[in-house]
Design a protein around this ligand. Sequence first.
Ligand code: NAD
Length: 339
Amino acid sequence: MFKEILKTKLSTVEIFIGNNILLSLIEKEKTNLFLIIDDTVFNLYHDILTNLPNLLGIYKVTPGEESKSFDTYKDIIEKISLINLKKDDTVLAIGGGVVTDLAGFVASTYKRGINLINVPTTLIGMVDASIGGKCGINFNTYKNQIGNIYQPKKIIIDLSFLKTLPEEIFIAGFSEIIKIAFTSSYSLYEKLNNCKITEIHDEKFLLNIIRLAVKAKIKYVEIDEFDQNERKILNFGHTIGHLIEKNSNFSISHGVAVALGMVSEIKNKEIETKLIDMLKKFSLLNLQIPKIDYLKSLLTDKKANNLGITLIEITTIGKSNIKNYRKDELTNEQFWKEY
Ligand SMILES: NC(=O)c1ccc[n+]([C@@H]2O[C@H](COP(=O)([O-])OP(=O)(O)OC[C@H]3O[C@@H](n4cnc5c(N)ncnc54)[C@H](O)[C@@H]3O)[C@@H](O)[C@H]2O)c1
């Protein structure tokens, strides 16, 4: 098992990464726990999870983005108020990004903030959603409209959950890992480049790449917890990716949309070829980039400022900058790449 520490001005977050580590770590917890868990995960791991110590209650979240809602939030607050969950008790969140975003928001607001432990069960959760404190719910048609940045006390990344993850959802996680490799970690790029696609479920490989991705994310959160500056580098591929996702009415998955977004946004031709090769290797580029009027959306988007828009520039693999473009420096055609 590996242990990493994420330190911000006000918080210290212990991050554990290993295989079959959840129960032994939770057994050491001294506080009472309230479990908020993805319903599918609960059904799959029911036998283990009902043996958790000091369990005051369980709230099962219906899988899907719709659960990141005000109604679910209110329902959970009602339940934990009824059982009188105390300020020094702990919310234990087990699931993908939907559950950790929702449970994080509950923990950050209930009694002005109670303890939180995140246990991500998807690959995206393990390298991204459970780390860094961003949490929240959707409101009407607005994604992540209400939320917070609230650090959990612990993050337990237990690889054993990945064995039941559907392959498509597992692969989607590689989109974010490839993003981290190209923007921030040459050693992660090398590991992804050198692996055989038949090896991507191997424990040793997964431990290595998750650890490298987590280290990169820790670095950004430590220097820019509130997403004012450097942390924006992790938006690479997401500016165009979000527009692709939205335009498809979310029929294109987040992972695939980010893959298309990264190719669309990248400017350096030599690195673009390497990015395309890698995304194809992981079967993340089976679609072409839709020819949408990106510029129009970007200039009315919240990311647009008076100067134009911000995109991430990859300078060499593993290094990147934040770059502002004036409106007249960008064209739709430059985003509409074919491969
Ligand atoms: N807070 C952040 O920094 C951050 C970062 C990235 C994404 N997100 C959010 O995360 C959400 C997406 O998260 P996600 O991609 O993890 O998807 P998800 O939470 O919707 O889970 C995807 C599916 O996988 C199932 N599942 C989860 N773990 C499983 C397991 N171990 N075995 C079998 N099935 C399992 C779930 O039931 C669900 O059907 C979005 O709402 C997004 O906004 C947040």
